[in-house]
Write a protein that binds this ligand. Structure first.
Ligand code: URA
Length: 267
């Protein structure tokens, strides 16, 4: 977004736009108020809503209580506690989540969250999907809400690869059911890629790639074939891998990784 310098003065008038972009003949850079706030990098969309509810947000000098108000980024002057909100640079973070961390911003039970691992990061990034408390591995976090939505959209079929340690000696027939898709309480799963890595006397190591992201999907798939996940690690999302990253650490995506992800979600 281009910003004028010095910043615009609050003109104390209604926001310039109060209808969705489709209703406005010309193409303008519009976003809802909630999104403008969350993209500014200070907090999540839930927090943005609470600031709006607490009358801390003004648009063109007037307190605005509607989180779905359309904002024209070129014309409207948005403030939080009197300070102008500016859109932040996009950030893409790849975290190697350890077991025992919840994938949420605040945990009502006080357990450690993945945000405790992002110390030193000066901007808010939201997690793209979730990993269970007991799952470790690759978690992507970003303030690019469009990319996050595209990556979690089940229609996009973005591949997510997991290493699984599963109870029992799984047979080729059981693996074949996983490949074909199994029936879960929320419907049949799409075909999955499944590779048997090895057996031990009591368990089976597999690599499984799914293109959906349903709640506890891999665990439920294994339960559906009569097994139980003993250990689960997500090792890939699309082109991203954990290579070179230590557990509990994070890094920024490279420009090339970002452009591959963007291209994938536009296909
Ligand atoms: N599938 C699961 O069962 N758990 C996860 O955390 C991710 C995928």
């Amino acid at each position: 977004m281009t910003r004028r310098d010095p910043p615009r003065r609050p003109p104390t008038k209604r926001p310039s736009v109060n209808r969705p972009p489709e209703a406005d003949g010309e193409k303008r850079p519009l976003k809802t108020l909630e999104r403008v706030l969350s993209k500014a990098g200070f907090g999540s969309r839930t927090e943005a809503r609470s600031w709006i509810g607490d009358d801390r947000v003004a648009v063109n000098g007037l307190v605005m209580r509607n989180p779905d108000q359309w904002i024209d980024l070129e014309r409207d002057y948005v403030t939080l506690d009197g300070k102008e909100i500016r859109e932040q640079a996009r950030r893409y973070i790849l975290l190697y989540k350890p077991k025992g961390y919840v994938t949420t911003y605040k945990d009502p039970e006080g357990r450690p969250t993945v945000y405790h691992l992002l110390e030193g990061l000066d901007q808010f990034v939201a997690q793209v999907g979730r990993l269970d408390l007991d799952t470790s591995g690759l978690l992507l976090l970003t303030n690019d809400t469009q990319l996050a939505e595209a990556l979690t959209n089940p229609e996009r079929h973005v591949p997510k690869k997991y290493l699984v340690k599963s109870s029992g000696l799984l047979t080729e027939e059981q693996l074949e059911s996983l490949r074909r898709g199994v029936d879960l309480s929320d419907g049949p799963t799409r075909p999955a890629e499944v590779t048997l890595l090895r057996h031990t006397p009591t368990c089976t190591f597999l690599e499984i790639t799914i293109t959906e992201g349903r709640n506890r999907q891999v665990r439920r798939m294994l339960e559906a074939i009569g097994s139980k996940v003993l250990k689960l690690v997500r090792v890939g999302i699309g082109p991203l891998t954990l290579d070179g990253l230590s557990i509990g650490k994070f890094r920024e995506l490279t420009a090339e990784e970002v452009s591959v992800l963007l291209a994938m979600t536009r296909e």
